[in-house]
Design a protein around this ligand. Structure first.
Ligand SMILES: NC(=O)c1ccc[n+]([C@@H]2O[C@H](COP(=O)([O-])OP(=O)(O)OC[C@H]3O[C@@H](n4cnc5c(N)ncnc54)[C@H](O)[C@@H]3O)[C@@H](O)[C@H]2O)c1
Length: 362
C-alpha cells in the first residue's frame, strides 16, 4: 500500500493505492467519513463488476448505500444525467452530512464530482477510480465537468474529493485498448518527470507489462500530478505542463470524431511535437525516437493519420483552450525530465507545424 497526500487551498486528502483495496473499501472510507448515507454513482459496465462488492463493504462498515447507475460512455457527462442523479439524491433524502462516491472511469468521476459539487451547494465526495486513465489522472486534481453539444467539459467546477481509493486489480477487467490508451498519459508524465519514473516506463516493453507494473506506474503518475496540482490548483502556470503532447493530440482527437481515443491521440501528439521541436533545433532529435519507442512498445499510434489535411488540423487547433492573446503555448522538453514552454502566434502556426505536416495534403 502507498499513500500520497494532496494538499490544495481547498482541502488536503489522501490518495491510497493498494492491490485488493476494494475488499476493504468500507473501512478505508470510514477513516475519512463518519457513518452516513453514500450514493455510489457507477456506470453500466463497472456497476455489474464491482458495485455489489463496494455496497456490501460499505454497509459492513456502517454506511447506508444507494447505488445509482448511468449508461457507460462520454454521453453520460450531460445535463439530463446530472438532473436524474440530483433527483435521485433528493429522493433518497441525502443531506449535507452524506456523500457521493464515484465508482468508475473518468466519465463517472467527472459527472459524480460535479453532482456532489452542486447538490445542496456541495456534499462530501470520494473517488474510487477503475480505469487506468482515472487512476493516474482524472481522479486527482479536483476538475469535475459535463459536456455541452458545443464541446467537452464546458460546464463544471473545481471540487476536490475527500479521499481517492485506487485498486489496481480493477484494471484486469478493463478492455485492453483502454488500458493501453491510459498508458499514453503515463508516458507523458514520465517524460516530464524523468529519473526513476522514466526508468520505470523503460520496463514496459509490451502491453502485459502495464498490468504487471500498474501499482508503481500509478504511484509515480499520481505523485507527479499531485505536485503539479499542489503548486497550481487552477491551471495558471505549472499545470500547463500536463498539456505536453495535447496541442497536436487534442486536434487529432477532435478531427477523428471518435477514431482515436484520447490517450492514442496524445501518443501521436507527443511524438509529433518532439519531431516539431527537434526540427526547430529546440529539442534533441533522439528524444522523439525515445518517446516513439516507449509508445509503440504497447501498440500506441505515433504517426499523423494520412487522410488528415493541414487545413483540418489547423481548424481543430483553433479550439485549443491553451490559446491566450492570439498565441498558442506548446510544451516541449529540452531533455527527459526538463519541460519548457514556447508560445507561437496563431498567424505563424501553419509555418510552425510545417516540419511535421509536410507529407499531408493541404
Ligand atoms: N477531471 C480530470 O482531470 C480529467 C482528466 C482526464 C480525463 N478526464 C475525463 O475522463 C473521461 C475519460 O475517462 P476514461 O478513459 O476512464 O473513460 P470512461 O469513464 O468512459 O471509461 C472507459 C470505459 O471503460 C469502462 N471501465 C472503466 N473501468 C473499468 C473496469 N475496471 N473494468 C471494465 N470496464 C471499465 C467504462 O465503463 C467505459 O466504458 C473523459 O470524459 C475525460 O474528459 C477528466
Amino acid at each position: 500500500m502507498t499513500t500520497i497526500q494532496v494538499t490544495t487551498a481547498a482541502k488536503s486528502y489522501a490518495v491510497t493505492i493498494e492491490a485488493g483495496l476494494l475488499a476493504r473499501v468500507g473501512t478505508a472510507l470510514a477513516q475519512v467519513w463518519t457513518p452516513c448515507q453514500v450514493a455510489v454513482i457507477t456506470d453500466t459496465n463497472v456497476g455489474p463488476l464491482y458495485a455489489q462488492q463496494v455496497r456490501d463493504r460499505l454497509i459492513a462498515a456502517g454506511f447506508r448505500v444507494t447505488v445509482l447507475t448511468v449508461p457507460a460512455g462520454e454521453s453520460s457527462k450531460s445535463w439530463p444525467q446530472v438532473m436524474r442523479l440530483i433527483d435521485a439524491l433528493s429522493a433518497a433524502h441525502l443531506t449535507r452530512s452524506d456523500g457521493v462516491l464515484a465508482l468508475g472511469g473518468g466519465v463517472v468521476g467527472d459527472l459524480a464530482g460535479f453532482v456532489a459539487a452542486i447538490y445542496l451547494r456541495g456534499i462530501a465526495f470520494a473517488q474510487v477510480p477503475t480505469s487506468l486513465l482515472a487512476q493516474v489522472d482524472s481522479s486527482v486534481g479536483g476538475k469535475t465537468a459535463i459536456d455541452l453539444p458545443t464541446g467537452k467539459n464546458l460546464v463544471g467546477s473545481f471540487y476536490q474529493p475527500d479521499v481517492v481509493l485506487i485498486d489496481p486489480h480493477t484494471l484486469t477487467t478493463l478492455p485492453p485498448r483502454m488500458l493501453v490508451e491510459g498508458y499514453g498519459e503515463i508516458v507523458k508524465c514520465a517524460a516530464l518527470v524523468g529519473g526513476d519514473f522514466w526508468a520505470l516506463v523503460q520496463q514496459v516493453t509490451q502491453p502485459a507489462a502495464i498490468l504487471a507494473q500498474a501499482a508503481p506506474l500509478i504511484h509515480q503518475s499520481i505523485a507527479f500530478k499531485a505536485r503539479v496540482v499542489m503548486a497550481d490548483e487552477k491551471e495558471g502556470g505549472q499545470r500547463q505542463l500536463l498539456n505536453f503532447g495535447h496541442t497536436l493530440g487534442h486536434a487529432v482527437e477532435l478531427w477523428g470524431h471518435g477514431r482515436y481515443m484520447h490517450g492514442e491521440a496524445v501518443a501521436i501528439g507527443l511524438v509529433q511535437v518532439a519531431r516539431l521541436f527537434a526540427a526547430q533545433g529546440m529539442m534533441p532529435a533522439a528524444l522523439a525516437d525515445q518517446l516513439r519507442d516507449r509508445l509503440t512498445a504497447v501498440g500506441l499510434p505515433v504517426a499523423l493519420p494520412a487522410d488528415l489535411t493541414v487545413t483540418a488540423l489547423l481548424a481543430a487547433m483553433q479550439h485549443d483552450k491553451k490559446i491566450h492573446g492570439q498565441a498558442l503555448t506548446w510544451v516541449y522538453l529540452t531533455a527527459i525530465g526538463q519541460p519548457a514552454m514556447h508560445a507561437v502566434p496563431l498567424t505563424d502556426l501553419a509555418t510552425w507545424i510545417a516540419p511535421v505536416t509536410g507529407p499531408l495534403q493541404p
